[in-house]
Design a protein around this ligand. Structure first.
Ligand code: SF4
Length: 317
């Protein structure tokens, strides 16, 4: 069944149904990863997208996302700071640009930035745009249309807002905002002309079906950049005792994502280092993008190390 389905997707641009995606849970993992790679090669060739992020404002967040070290609802041990000044952010962007990273995002904690903060951050984007040819992304919460317009004018081309999980499971991870708040923001950003990056975090107690449902939501929203985060349980958050997902489960999740989102950049984000091979095997199971360097509140891998690995796997960054 899986080979027939793969051929249909490759040759007829067939879009898989939910029940077919659910059947993939019972297939042999090696065969599933192999077929996901065939789909990735057909729709994305050897293209690889690498981006980097800076935590532009950390902690003291009013929201109660149970996976997050930055929520003020939980007493975690992270460094808290308000919005970083232009030069501090610019220097990091320039470093990434010099290392040939093509995308850079400023990510901030909180429900959303204030208008004053947006004005400050736009000045930072303008300076980066003027002096480096790096593509600019932003992840700043539930912004308004006017705020998106300002970001776009300052040079931002892509906005990030994770759905995190399925609609059904979402109330189990956050109650201070809703799934529809997120979809609403994604739609506003799209209307303003921004590309969208949206994915999720796995290992929060959701089922495989929740992951499949989320991938279908992303497909229906036309998302082409999908970050995959693996929960790294943080002490003093409600998920501190969650079991870390096995590498097999993550390989299967990524492969199924490729079947549902054939032409998307499936991007490994937080949690890669939880695995012995630093998640490298996921690039042979359908993934073709990553966030490089440090993550928001946990350490990532180095840019040089990532470039080396990705080139050796035959991708073109
Ligand atoms: S994920 Fe974002 S909105 Fe949720 S608590 Fe963390 S910083 Fe706040």
């Amino acid at each position: 069944m899986i080979k027939e389905l793969t051929n249909k997707i490759i040759n007829e641009k067939y879009h898989i149904s939910k029940s077919e995606a659910t059947e993939l849970l019972n297939t042999d993992l090696k065969v599933l990863s192999y077929c996901a790679e065939q789909i990735r090669k057909k729709f994305c060739d050897s293209k690889f997208d690498m981006c980097s992020i800076i935590n532009g404002k950390s902690g003291k967040c009013s929201e109660n996302c149970k996976f997050c070290a930055q929520s003020a609802h939980y007493k975690t041990n992270i460094k808290e700071y308000s919005l970083l000044d232009t030069n501090s952010i610019f220097n990091v962007a320039k470093h990434n640009w010099n290392k040939k990273v093509k995308r850079f995002s400023i990510v901030t904690s909180g429900r959303k930035l204030t208008d004053e903060e947006i004005d400050l951050v736009c000045k930072t984007y303008e300076k980066i745009k003027k002096e480096c040819n790096i593509m600019l992304c932003a992840s700043m919460g539930l912004l308004t249309k006017q705020q998106f317009i300002k970001l776009k004018k300052s040079g931002v081309s892509r906005y990030h807002c994770n759905l995190e999980t399925s609609r059904e499971f979402f109330p189990n991870i956050c109650t201070t905002h809703t799934y529809d708040d997120k979809i609403n923001v994604i739609n506003i950003a799209k209307k303003v002309g921004l590309e969208i990056c949206s994915g999720g975090i796995f290992g929060m107690g959701e089922t495989f079906q929740d992951r499949i449902d989320m991938f279908f939501e992303l497909y229906n929203l036309g998302i082409k950049s999908v970050p995959i985060n693996i929960l790294n349980p943080i002490k003093n958050t409600p998920f501190e005792n969650n079991k870390i997902l096995s590498q097999e489960e993550v390989l299967r999740t990524v492969a199924i994502a490729r079947f549902i989102l054939p032409d998307a950049f499936i991007r490994l984000a937080g949690g890669r280092l939880l695995f012995k091979d630093k998640g490298v095997s996921l690039f042979s199971s359908g993934a073709n993008a990553t966030i490089t360097g440090d993550m928001l509140t946990t350490n990532g891998t180095s840019i040089d190390e990532d470039c080396d690995t990705i080139n050796k796997l035959g991708f073109k960054i």
